[in-house]
Design a protein. Structure first.
Length: 387
């Protein structure tokens, strides 16, 4: 590290914000697993006018420098929708990226703590950018794998920086991998026999029907999905209900990636009681396209299309959203939906399937993932520190 004195300052100018936005490319330069976002989308994510999640968040950003060199960044915020829904008084930190500079890591976390203390909150939790509906958790296990769509990556030393700054584990979020490649003696494309047998009995016992999501009637489908989602997740740890603007934005951004062959509702008498929306892992071709802030984005988009549509460099799926309404929990519907995804997805070449994230305390879903032949291969940790 440079001998220059370390200075952490709040972002107050367009130049400061540009430095904040560009830093991840410096932090992960040459890294084999990090996936860079399209810079326009990355920029919009932190723009209050373009990201409706920020409408109920008070936030400031900080940049750490040694001389003229940026060595780290962090965001500090209060999510008022979270505090209102849970009756808590928390602040958060997120967008935490830093070079292998322990002093800088501690200084950034201290800046976030000080900002949160000024807001009068009781504790700081994180990392999250900005909630369980977007990006959350610090990767502490599974560094040898690239992130799946809408999940994060981190340098291994971040864990030491956060824990040595006095933050303690609040919750672990798990990712389970279900591979269609030869695994444990099982041939590729062959479904787990135990899962098939158990789910066959389940289907005979209950009057469930599977219906693929209809993209031609997208607005109505979205309305049904939101109703099931908020009912299914409302008692989950750290859940924040999606506003209409948030779900509309999320749906608009992700609609192009939805594969109707693996996305569906489970219905009883025509009424949705569960849903699953696995997303093809666009991060695979995106990592190969490697967008950069300094180049015209059209070049990155052309490379992305080349790797995605021409070379077909996409073999993974992340079960991004899945939910079962309260009345039908405990009946094995999680496993039912996993089987349906594998049955339809494996023949299409989706050989690397990830369920994430799963609360470490949600043993019912964890059992379903294990029954499907899944292995726990990544852990994301959320920390908390009292003020």
């Amino acid at each position: 590290m440079s001998d220059d004195a370390l200075v952490v300052r709040k972002v107050e100018s367009k130049a400061d914000m540009e430095a904040f936005l560009r830093f991840p490319w410096t932090c992960y330069e040459g890294h084999p697993y990090w996936v860079p976002p399209l810079f326009s989308e990355h920029k919009a994510y932190f723009d209050r006018e373009k990201n409706p999640e920020l409408h109920h968040i008070d936030i400031d950003y900080f940049v750490a420098r040694r001389g003229e060199t940026v060595v780290g960044i962090i965001a500090a915020f209060v999510n008022h929708a979270y505090n209102k829904f849970h009756g808590e008084n928390l602040g958060w930190f997120g967008a935490f990226e830093v070079l292998d500079d322990r002093e800088a890591g501690h200084a950034l976390l201290s800046a976030a703590e000080a900002w949160c203390r000024e807001q009068g909150v009781d504790a700081v939790r994180g990392p999250a950018t900005f909630s369980t509906n977007s990006e959350i958790g610090l990767l502490v296990e599974g560094f040898e794998y690239s992130p799946m769509i809408l999940t994060t990556y981190a340098h291994p030393y971040y864990q030491d920086f956060v824990e040595s700054a006095g933050f303690e584990k609040e919750m672990d979020l798990w990712a389970y991998r279900m591979s269609g490649r030869p695994l444990g003696g099982r041939k590729a494309d062959k479904l787990p026999e135990k899962l098939v047998r158990v789910m066959g009995k389940l289907r005979k016992r209950y009057n469930f029907t599977i219906r693929k999501i209809n993209l031609r009637d997208f607005d109505n489908e979205l309305r049904k999905l939101k109703k099931v989602y908020n009912d299914a997740w409302e008692q989950n740890w750290a859940f924040v209900p999606l506003s209409d603007a948030e779900i509309d934005k999320l749906a608009h951004d992700l609609k192009q990636f939805v594969d109707v062959d693996i996305s569906f509702f489970v219905e009883v008498d025509g009424e949705p009681i569960a849903f699953s929306v696995p997303l093809p892992n666009i991060y695979e071709p995106l990592r190969l396209a490697y967008p950069r802030p300094d180049e015209p984005e059209i070049f990155a988009l052309l490379r992305l299309l080349w790797h995605w549509k021409v070379r077909r460099r996409l073999s993974g799926v992340r079960v991004f959203a899945m939910g079962v309404v309260k009345e039908y929990r405990g009946m094995g519907l999680d496993g039912f939906m996993i089987l349906e995804m594998l049955k339809n997805g494996l023949p299409k070449g989706y050989l690397e399937n990830e369920m994430s994230w799963l609360l470490e305390t949600n043993q019912m879903v964890v059992r379903s993932a294990s029954l499907a032949g899944g292995e726990h291969y990544k852990t994301y940790r959320v920390y908390q520190k009292p003020l």
